[in-house]
Design a protein around this ligand. Structure first.
Ligand SMILES: Cc1ncc(COP(=O)(O)O)c(C=O)c1O
Length: 365
């Protein structure tokens, strides 16, 4: 039986092995591990890819949203709104600043609904952290109007959306800052944890370069208590090798997603896009009422799948003190019961993609 793994990182490594090993060898001989020319070059190339002035490499994608919040002075007494159907990092990045974490429901695109978010704005709301879930950019043009009307800052959790476009604008180039994850499960990843924050705000970027390095201005002068959260030089070198291939990989992600859409719409609920969207399908999520049985059926046929994510953030034990309950966010809760991510990565072969489709269809026949 053909097996289609939900994730297969080895295939990408095999294709790039010589280049990655060369970089590893060269940098190891130089002993250039923490900071260095590869990190600087990757930051410049990544900023240019996103269309922003600056990029700052960090230890992980969680810090790429948490540290800029700290750098902006978000903290006790402030409120920050985000989506309840994201990965936990979107929530803790806010909660750990001391600000009040405020959830607001999502729309059919699985992203924060700007009309509902507007209703959650109070005079304490400092920012809205918009998550581009599954690699699909949220309705940022409406969020930008909230910025003007309410004076709130619009921020992007673009962890899943590297290279995505909406109205021709790239993920990361729209909010005051955007945090990206370079975790191995992301379309652009390094070989371990990594993250990068982009912004057009020079002051914010300068502040972040100190935050990630203990708040140090130079070797002996500490301006404030920062953290140790740096993207390693070797990881940056790997990021550079992969960034050069990202557009091709994302095209393949889209090609497979188009095939899934055309074959599976009418069988299950598939994502419906507006004309102005160019997602990167970090995840391809279908929806159906029989999700758990379908997942088991796929497993029996050798097809891996996953639920991203089965428990909405407002129903997590960590969120108990916020006072939300089941029913607080009906759209996010319904999604959590119905979504299923099926395999989607650029290295998938056509026969594997066809096997995924046939396996989904066979459940409903
Ligand atoms: C939406 C979202 N935000 C933040 C993160 C955090 O990134 P990292 O795992 O690199 O810390 C992730 C990673 O899974 C994510 O999917």
């Amino acid at each position: 039986m053909l097996r289609v793994e939900f994730v297969n990182l080895g295939r990408q490594y095999d294709a790039l092995r010589d280049e990655i090993l060369d970089a590893f060898d060269r940098l190891s001989r130089q002993g250039a591990y923490v900071f260095g020319s590869e990190l600087e070059a990757f930051e410049n190339e990544f900023a240019s890819y996103c269309g922003t002035r600056r990029a700052v490499g960090l230890g992980n994608g969680s810090d790429a949203i948490h540290l800029p919040l700290l750098a902006l002075g978000v903290g006790l007494g402030d409120e920050v709104i985000t989506a309840p159907n994201s990965f936990v990092a979107s929530a803790w990045a806010i909660a750990r600043t001391g600000a009040k974490l405020v959830f607001s429901d999502v729309g059919d695109d699985m992203n924060l609904d700007p009309e509902k978010a507007e209703q959650a704005i109070t005079d304490k709301t400092k920012a809205i952290l918009v998550v581009h879930l599954t690699g699909r950019i949220a309705r940022m043009e409406v969020f930008e109007s909230l910025k003007e009307r309410h004076g709130v800052v619009i921020l992007e959790d673009a962890a899943q959306a590297v290279g995505a476009r909406r109205n021709g604008r790239k993920a990361g180039s729209i909010g005051l800052f955007a945090g990206f994850s370079l975790h191995p499960l992301k379309n652009l990843h390094v070989h371990g944890d990594g993250g990068i924050c982009v912004t057009n705000d020079e002051k914010l970027a300068d502040s972040l370069t100190r935050y990630r390095n203990h708040g140090l201005e130079n070797r002996n002068e500490c301006l404030f208590w920062g953290v140790n959260s740096r993207l390693d030089n070797i990881q940056a070198a790997i990021g550079r090798i992969k960034l050069r291939r990202l557009e091709d990989w994302n095209s393949r992600y889209r090609e497979i997603a188009r095939y899934y859409n055309s074959e599976l719409s009418g069988v299950v609920e598939t994502p419906t896009l507006e004309d102005n969207e160019e997602p990167v399908y970090h995840r391809y999520m279908l929806q159906c009422d029989q999700r758990d049985e379908l997942m088991k059926h796929l497993d029996d046929r050798g097809v891996g799948s996953a639920i991203n994510y089965p428990v909405p953030l407002h129903l997590q034990p960590a969120a108990q003190s916020l006072g939300y309950k089941r029913g607080s966010f009906p759209v996010a809760e319904r999604l959590a019961d119905r979504i299923l991510s099926i395999p989607l990565y650029s290295e998938l072969e056509d026969n594997e993609v066809e096997h995924v489709v046939a396996s989904v269809k066979s459940y409903f026949q």
